[in-house]
Design a protein around this ligand. Structure first.
Ligand code: CTP
Ligand code: MG
Length: 230
């Protein structure tokens, strides 16, 4: 059954899903690859749609797959599907242009984080609603981190205590995200990175192990296991 989004919700979620998934290996675009028999994008949209604050979902699909993605998501949740761009930021910008004007909070979420739970969507949105201009979910870094030279020689050990691994959804006051995208183009940074460049304070909330980004084949195996034990 198609989930209904909350017409009184104050959140739009952008789901960039136009990447190819090079690191996952040959096959369909990553967002359309299967996890437990369903495309990653279906899992991601279903979980976003279950978050009670969400009033709109805009997906940036691979340009050749817009019609197919629209048909695929119709039974999952009411979504708007636009064509994505050549890099992630271009896909986010395309989705941002389709956000209904009245929604004050915008979350940006990778389709590749297919199992990010609705609770995480809610906690990021709640932090923006409570006054933060930009919010990112983070996890502590568990591995020892070293800086290594091109000759494979260790140059030093980084103090990991202030380091965090950053996930999505990232949440923003609408004007903050729009201004950052209008001002900056740096395909190598995330949305919070663009906002940082505008001098806006970005605050952290606890992330979730289930919000792992499915990047390499091992991540897909791990996600299969998480899905089976959800
Ligand atoms: N993405 C996008 N448009 C692009 C590139 C990436 O919408 N031109 C999206 C991906 O679909 C994914 C998210 O951004 O949901 C995070 O990107 P990543 O995990 O790097 O996915 P891919 O770019 O598909 O993977 P790879 O880098 O291995 O090719
Ligand atoms: Mg990529």
């Amino acid at each position: 059954m198609t989930a209904q989004l909350n017409p009184r919700g104050d959140v739009a979620v952008l789901v960039p899903a136009a990447g190819s998934g090079t690191r996952l290996g040959p096959g369909a675009p990553k967002a359309l690859r299967l996890l437990g028999g369903e495309p990653l994008l279906v899992h991601a949209v279903r979980r976003v749609g279950r978050a009670p604050s969400v009033a709109a979902i805009i997906v940036a699909a691979p340009p050749d797959e817009v019609a197919a993605v629209r048909a695929m998501l119709a039974p999952v949740a009411p979504v708007t599907v636009v064509a994505g761009g050549a890099h992630r930021q271009a896909s986010v910008a395309a989705a941002l242009a389709a956000v209904p004007a009245e929604l004050p909070i915008i979350l940006v979420h990778d389709a590749a984080r297919a199992l990010a739970p609705p609770d995480l969507v809610e906690s990021v949105a709640a932090a923006v609603r409570a006054g933060a201009e930009a919010v990112i979910p983070v996890l502590p870094v568990v591995d020892t981190i070293k800086e290594v030279g091109p000759d494979d020689a260790v140059r030093g050990t980084v103090d990991r205590s202030p380091l965090r691994a950053v996930q999505t959804p990232q949440g923003f006051r609408r004007q903050v995200l729009a201004a950052a995208h209008a001002a900056a183009v740096d395909p190598l940074t995330d949305d919070a990175g663009l906002v940082e460049k505008q001098g806006v304070r970005v605050t952290c909330v606890p992330g979730s192990d289930h919000a792992l980004k499915i990047t390499r084949p091992f991540d897909l195996l791990l996600a299969e296991h998480l899905l089976a034990t959800e």
